[in-house]
Design a protein around this ligand. Structure first.
Ligand code: SF4
Ligand code: SF4
Length: 223
């Protein structure tokens, strides 16, 4: 899940300076689950903006992910009267969602959230980063625990000399990723894998900006 946080209200107001009529759009998937941009938060944001003197022409929350151009386009069309009255759109979604909306309308679009990381959701209050989107997943070699995301040094062969009682030297509150990998391999009866030396990571696989066209077999290396 993509983790977001709400921006300070003052920052949102600054970004809306010079605009009077605002339409709000929340995301019904990640931002709703993490309570940063679901129905409740979008409605509350509309009320705060109204209190601050803005004219809220309406608000909606996408049922699908806001970053899906197809469904967000349909939703904006269904609400075109309220959207058309606005001179700015405020989006409570991740950065990809904000840019999706911006690609579909001809008025300024601003983010109400900061986008933080890709996480495992432990419960509705706790999540932890689990993947840095490195483009070459090595979880098969690390007992399904990611050292790229969980080791602050991103070590491919660990642990380093700084761990103590299973805790990381960079942050003693956190478990050392490589101790966790060792312990899981031990549980799985795969300890022989722990002594395998991993080659340096090929960071060229981490492609930015990422782009994929599944219909283009050549681009996928299958042509
Ligand atoms: S190895 Fe790369 S793709 Fe796999 S979980 Fe870690 S960061 Fe994500
Ligand atoms: S103590 Fe473990 S998690 Fe922390 S930097 Fe060293 S190897 Fe990485």
């Amino acid at each position: 899940m993509i983790i977001t946080e709400q921006k300070e209200f003052d920052e949102i107001l600054r970004s809306l300076k010079g605009h009077e009529r605002v339409f709000l759009l929340g995301c019904g998937i990640c931002a709703a689950t993490w309570s940063t941009g679901g129905e409740k938060e979008t409605r509350e944001m509309a009320a705060r903006l109204a209190e601050a003197g803005k004219d809220c022409t309406g608000w909606i929350v996408t049922e699908e992910a806001t970053c899906d151009v197809r469904t967000t386009r349909r939703l904006l069309k269904r609400n075109k009267e309220q959207v058309g009255l606005a001179d700015v759109l405020l989006v409570l979604a991740c950065g990809a969602g904000v840019q999706t909306v911006a690609s579909l309308v001809d008025v300024p679009v601003y983010p109400a959230l900061n986008t933080l990381f890709l996480a495992r959701l432990q419960n509705l209050s706790v999540c932890d980063e689990r993947c840095r989107l490195c483009g070459e997943c090595i979880l098969a070699e690390t007992a399904a625990i990611c050292p790229v995301a969980l080791c602050p040094k991103g070590l491919m062969n660990g642990p380093c000399g700084g761990y103590e009682d299973g805790k990381c030297e960079v942050d003693r509150e956190r478990d050392c990723a490589w101790v966790a990998i060792y312990e899981r391999m031990e549980t799985l009866g795969q300890l022989e894998q722990f002594t395998v030396i991993h080659e340096p990571k090929d960071w060229s696989k981490m492609r930015h900006p990422g782009f994929i066209n599944k219909r283009d077999k050549k681009a996928l290396g299958r042509g």
